[in-house]
Design a binder for this molecule. Structure first.
Ligand SMILES: Cc1ncc(C[n+]2csc(CCOP(=O)(O)OP(=O)(O)O)c2C)c(N)n1
Ligand code: SF4
Length: 347
């Protein structure tokens, strides 16, 4: 047995990442499958529990951190990306993950999410999208479909919903992906790719809330409809789907995407998936291919590009500023009057 410099003995197992807390989600909730996948994947990533942190906001999804035997913090509603940003910046040696729900991240926390993404903070952000508020018992959420009848919208909601992937791409996120809770192998593949990504990785996971929005993703979870509806994105491959792989995606001259029979257009006419393309417009079009998960819906990695990671140079900048000013002057600044002037470097 080796400890390889960590206090968790190697090889690590799922047990090393599983806490002794009793899980308190409703029986049948999609959160269980995601938890089991993450706990199984963690040892493979090679980062020990004592260097891993899960941070969540409020909601059923927020309970996730209790069940991981890592460091963790259950913060206030919608603020997980802000807390996680502070931690990731001040302790770059940690692997920092955020777990959030569609209400938590896209309603009260929308602002924090987009800024973490555009800054490219080194975080892995998992958005469990059940298209409803679970914890507060079934009000509509920012991803609920227009016309959704819930306890808070008895005559149907009027709101146009957010498309989480399009939102992330709009914030110029460098890694954007989608998976479905029950497809554990695929969720693990996508999360592995997210973990390897340098910078902010955003993963939407369709998660069934079997109490307040049961069946929202059946078209992608059940074996038969799934064959017709799920488009598995694979880098470098033509985008095809269907029971016999007979359908495909083509791009028209105006940039829009269209679903076609491969026999009509030939395989060469199909879009080749390229998540590393600098221009996010194709990924954006793919994010809009299915407005609801009831038509052909792409899953997998939509975008994965590299861009400088937030705050990589921050510590040097801070050290330089400190040595320019000196500890005494800094203390004086911080404990002094209400206003001061920050002189430019070398002035
Ligand atoms: C400041 C504040 N406002 C409102 C609430 C009530 N609240 C708790 S959880 C929640 C929504 C959770 O929905 P979602 O993020 O979709 O997570 P789920 O429970 O479905 O996993 C709301 C509105 C709160 N806890 N704090
Ligand atoms: S209310 Fe929905 S999301 Fe929350 S634990 Fe129950 S099934 Fe899961």
């Amino acid at each position: 047995m080796s400890t390889n410099g960590h206090s968790t003995p190697l090889p690590m197992t799922k047990k090393d990442f599983s806490s002794d807390q009793e899980t308190r989600w409703c029986p049948g909730c999609g959160d269980y499958a995601i938890l089991a996948t993450v706990q199984s994947l963690m040892p493979e990533l090679g980062v020990p529990p004592e260097r891993t942190v899960f941070i969540s906001g409020i909601g059923c999804a927020g309970r996730f951190v209790y069940y991981m035997d890592t460091y963790g913090m259950h913060g206030i509603h919608g603020r997980a990306p802000a807390l996680a940003t502070g931690l990731a910046v001040s302790r770059p040696e940690l692997s920092v993950w955020v777990v959030t729900g569609d209400g938590d991240s896209l309603s009260i926390g929308g602002n924090h999410l987009i800024h973490a993404l555009r800054r490219n903070v080194p975080l892995k952000i998992l958005l469990f999208n059940n298209q409803i508020y679970g914890l507060t018992k079934g009000q509509y959420s920012p991803t609920s479909e227009q016309g959704k009848v819930t306890k808070s919208t008895p005559f149907g909601s009027q709101d146009h919903p957010f498309n989480p992937l399009a939102l992330a791409l709009g914030a110029e996120a460098t890694f954007v992906a989608r998976a479905v809770d029950t497809d554990r192998g695929h969720v693990a593949d996508v999360l592995r790719a997210a973990a390897e990504h340098k910078g902010a990785a955003f993963v939407e996971i369709y998660q069934n809330c079997n109490v307040f929005n049961d069946g929202a993703f059946d078209a992608l979870r059940d074996k038969e409809p799934r064959k017709r509806n799920m488009i598995m994105l694979e880098a470098g491959k033509p985008i095809r789907f269907g029971e016999e792989n007979e359908r495909g995606v083509v791009q028209r001259s105006d940039g829009s995407l269209e679903l076609v029979d491969v026999a009509d257009v030939g395989e060469d006419a199909l879009v080749i998936h390229d998540p590393e393309h600098r221009d996010p417009s194709l990924a954006f079009a793919l994010a809009h291919l299915a407005e609801r998960p009831t038509g052909p819906t792409p899953v997998g990695v939509f975008r994965s590009v590299s861009r400088p990671v937030y705050a990589e140079g921050l510590h040097e900048e801070l050290e330089e500023a400190r040595s320019n000013v000196g500890d005494e002057e800094l203390t004086e600044l911080l404990t002094g009057g209400d206003a001061w002037t920050v002189p430019a470097a070398g002035a």
